[in-house]
Design a protein around this ligand. Structure first.
Ligand code: 6GU
Length: 235
């Protein structure tokens, strides 16, 4: 998977993408990341990339030209025109299925806005996907881009190692994950559930399934209702 991030804050992306599993995936060559500074593409002699909004109002708007020139330079270099994800609270809310779909792309461009947004005309010209990561307002698209890159990367073959398998956790079957325990057997006056010590694989599987269902019902009644409806369809 090749990620390209267009941003005014490249160091924020570089810092965030160097640690943990993502850092390892880059070193191992399963994820490639190129961060480009939109400011490098302004023709303004003071390197300005924003201006006052037509019609008035608070804040500044990012100009179309540097963003457009930045994307076109990228495309010339690549010899292709990858999908462009614009991070905005006005987008469709990101979810696991979307991550799965995007993980099949060879390359993805993430466009990060700041201030009061980007001139609509360049968005109309280059953006293929408008995505939000939830119903709250952030100061810019960098954190959302990193959230998406993380969720997508772990679905790319080779990124997770055996012990980190992508299949069996939250959402893969529409349920939250069952509780986990490790040594010691007793701590804070609480014991590991007996069944997990039994070595009886079928009982353990059943117990975990029940826990996952109960936990989803309690904590995410919305997901539980969806899961129940799907159970009905499949039987
Ligand atoms: Cl993608 N951008 C910004 N600025 N705020 C957000 C968001 C994106 N998703 C949720 N809030």
């Amino acid at each position: 998977m090749k990620y390209y991030v267009m941003t005014l804050f490249p160091e924020m992306i570089e810092t965030g993408m160097n640690s943990s599993i993502l850092g390892r995936a880059r070193k191992e060559g399963n994820i490639d990341l190129t961060v480009v500074n939109i400011r490098d593409y302004t023709l303004d002699k003071h390197s300005r990339v924003d201006d006052y909004p037509y019609g008035g109002g608070a804040g500044m708007v990012m100009e179309a030209e540097p963003v457009y020139r930045c994307y076109e330079a990228l495309c010339s270099e690549l010899g292709e025109r990858p999908r462009v994800v614009y991070l905005t609270p006005q987008g469709a809310v990101f979810h696991q299925k979307m991550a799965e779909e995007l993980s099949t792309e060879e390359s993805l461009v993430f466009l990060c806005g700041h201030y009061e947004g980007i001139d609509e005309r360049v968005l109309e010209e280059i953006v293929t996907d408008y995505v939000s990561i939830g119903d709250y307002v952030l100061t810019g698209g960098e954190l959302p881009a990193m959230v998406m890159m993380d969720a997508i990367a772990r679905l790319v073959p080779g990124v997770l190692h055996n012990e980190e398998s992508a299949g069996e956790e939250s959402f893969s079957e529409g349920l939250l994950e069952y509780p986990q325990y490790t040594r010691p057997v007793e701590i804070l006056g609480r014991e590991v559930p007996e069944v997990l010590l039994s070595g009886h694989h079928e009982n353990i599987r059943q117990w975990r399934q029940e826990q996952a269902i109960e936990r989803t019902k309690q904590r995410r009644p919305d997901l539980y209702a969806k899961w129940q409806a799907e159970q009905g369809e499949n039987s």
